[in-house]
Design a protein around this ligand. Structure first.
Ligand code: ADP
Ligand code: MG
Length: 607
């Protein structure tokens, strides 16, 4: 079966499919649509992101519901508000010729009464986030007791996000004899459990290998010192003047910081994470979709499943906690038959994670070098030349031409070109002039195994920093409580705080060196139960600090700490110095810094 006609869809849908420009059903559509149309069955469908899962359940649902009835017959649960809106819009586009169709999206952060009113008008299909759906059920704003089709979209992610109980609760309000269709990119144990619990003899389809990444995406990694992460990000972006990318960070804090820093440095960037208001998130997504923003810095949760065309690069500013998450990240690019690049910036202590990811996605990474200043300058220069070459002439200039010509009467063509390009190029050149090599030599780490007993996903670190903190058992902490407290405050993952040792009035703990900036920055001015909590790099090596302790921490407590701030997010002049423009005075320095951005940045925002 190779056309949508063959799959047995009705004319209203076929017409919409033609309008959408879909020519051939994707593999998951070819497999799922006939099954769902022909039988009343439960279904588990596994397919990587970007394979067209929405249409795989969307078309059959539209085909099967009774549009003349105003009863709610289809319920689609999806993890985030962005996905909810995306799915609802897709469903509306698929059903644009289905007269009387009403698809309503319900999600948190928007007026619940407005949403309830839209449903009351008669919504055959509701697309909902689990939290809001549960809320509406308990307030009797929605009746899902007659639904015939329930879809769990991005089921793995919903479970990751802790929606298991909400989903259980919601499904308990639906009829026993409905059909449940579960769509997921990966099949972790939790998803299998859900399938078992809520579904009756589900048919199963799998497209590609589970967790496998699309072949359209190439995977690259760049090995740098943790403190050079941000500089590396800038260079990767500058070396790709037409980049249109999603940059993934691990925490909301880092996401916000990286985005702010990029904006300050003149890039067209925006942040997307759960601490922003709905309004802010909508605005950022809208600008990104319109390509007014070139770099979307996002958390995994906020960016999950987002379908924006033509993303050229995914940049893993930090690797995710779970190797599986990498599949979702890289799936943001290389969509709809296009190619894309997924880049990972790693420090030594993380480089082993690359191996685990390779195993999971069944693709090899290529180790690449962060480009040096000279090659970035060249790329930018040629990109500018091309842009000028392709620019349409604005004839408003014509009337000024004679005065301009007069000014340049004695300038020959080469000289004119050089002058013209220097306007932009010099700032850029100054910024990268004498910039240092950010790459770490390949031989200086051991990629395949435990020379230093290194850290894999969930393992323990060798490149770790030990800290002193001035709270202890007299403040009610034992090691578990302190570990939980630190993890929560610092928004760190399960195993990121370790070797926690609690004394009476103070304690020690370790993190990876990578987290040092963050830990120290966080505990500047931090108060707990009314008193200042002080964290400093410790010289105490007894609690498992290895030779790296000394290198990482250095000096006396306070002295070590001041040094550590260099190259961090908080201090512009230090940061700039680290890219080799130290001799310049502050003011012009600032021009030089953002010059790296301005040179290339406005191209998309001006579209
Ligand atoms: P998934 O849910 O699997 O991540 P989506 O349903 O979001 O994927 O689809 C990804 C993109 O592909 C969307 O922009 C969608 O409109 C488009 N698409 C879906 N099916 C087809 C098709 N048969 N032909 C062309 N484009 C399609
Ligand atoms: Mg999807």
């Amino acid at each position: 079966m190779s056309t949508f006609q063959d799959l047995g869809l009705n004319n209203d849908l076929l017409q919409a499919i033609t309008d959408l420009g879909f020519i051939k059903p994707s593999e998951v559509q070819q497999k799922a649509i006939p099954i769902l149309l022909e039988s009343e069955t439960d279904l588990v469908a596994l397919a990587q992101t970007g394979t067209g899962k929405t249409a795989a359940f969307g078309f059959p649902m539209l085909e099967k519901i009774d549009i003349d009835s105003r009863t709610t017959q289809g319920l689609i649960l999806s993890p985030t508000r962005e996905l909810c809106l995306q799915i609802a819009n897709e469903m509306k586009a698929y059903g644009k010729y289905c007269k009387g169709l009403n698809v309503v999206a319900v999600y948190g952060g928007s007026s619940i009464t407005d949403q309830a009113r839209d449903i009351k008008r008669g919504a055959q299909i509701i697309v909902a986030t689990p939290g809001r759906m549960k809320d509406m059920i308990s307030r009797r704003m929605v009746d899902i007791s007659k639904i015939q089709y329930a879809v769990l979209d991005e089921a793995d992610e919903m479970l990751n996000m802790g929606f298991k109980e909400d989903i259980t609760d919601i499904l308990s309000h639906t009829p026993e004899d409905k059909n449940t269709w579960l769509f997921s990119a990966t099949m972790p144990r939790e998803v299998a459990t859900i399938a078992k619990k809520f579904m009756h003899n589900p048919q199963e389809i799998t497209v590609g290998n589970k967790n496998e990444s699309t072949t359209n995406v190439s995977h690259e990694y760049y090995l740098v010192n943790a403190r050079d992460r941000y500089q590396a990000l800038k260079r990767l972006s500058d070396a790709n003047p037409d980049i249109f990318s999603v940059i993934f960070c691990r925490t909301k804090r880092d996401t916000q910081k990286v985005a702010e820093q990029l904006i300050e440095d003149g890039y067209s960037a925006g942040a997307l994470h759960g601490d922003l208001s709905q309004n802010q998130r909508d605005l950022v997504m809208k600008s990104f979709r319109n390509q007014q923003i070139q770099m979307l810095v996002a958390t995994d949760v906020a960016a999950r499943g987002i379908d924006v065309d033509d993303i050229t690069h995914v940049i893993n500013y930090q690797l995710p906690d779970e190797a599986e998450t990498y599949t979702h990240r890289s799936g943001r690019t290389g969509r709809a038959g296009k190619t894309g690049i997924s880049m990972v910036i790693v420090s030594k202590s993380e480089v082993r994670k690359i191996k685990s990811i390779e195993r999971i996605i069944k693709r090899d990474f290529v180790k690449k070098e962060i480009p040096d200043g000279a090659s970035i300058c060249e790329v930018q220069l040629m990109s500018l030349a091309n842009k000028i070459h392709n620019t349409e002439i604005n004839h408003e200039i014509d009337k000024h031409l004679s005065s301009i010509n007069e000014l340049f009467a004695d300038t020959d063509k080469d000289e004119l070109i050089k002058k013209f390009f220097s306007v932009e190029f010099t700032r850029f050149f100054n910024y990268y002039n004498k910039s240092k090599n950010l790459n770490i030599a390949e031989g200086s780490y051991d990629r395949d195994g435990g020379r230093e007993g290194g850290r894999d996903f969930g393992g323990k670190s060798s490149d770790s920093t030990r800290y002193f903190i001035n709270v202890g058992s007299k403040d009610g902490f034992d090691w578990m409580k302190l570990k939980d407290f630190l993890k929560e405050q610092l928004e760190l993952g399960r195993d990121d705080v370790f070797k926690v040792e609690v004394k009476e009035s103070f304690s020690f703990f370790n993190t990876e060196n990578d987290a040092k900036e963050k830990v120290l920055a966080f505990f500047t001015d931090f108060k707990h139960e009314g008193r200042f909590v002080n964290v400093e790099v410790s010289e105490n090596r007894g609690g498992g600090g290895r030779r790296n302790d000394r290198r990482g921490g250095g000096g006396k407590r306070s002295g070590g700490r001041r040094d550590d701030k260099k190259g961090g997010f908080g201090n512009r002049s230090d940061r700039r110095r680290s890219e080799g423009s130290s001799s310049k005075p502050r003011r012009s320095d600032s021009g030089g810094d953002s010059g790296g951005g301005n040179f290339s940045r406005p191209r998309r925002s001006r579209r």
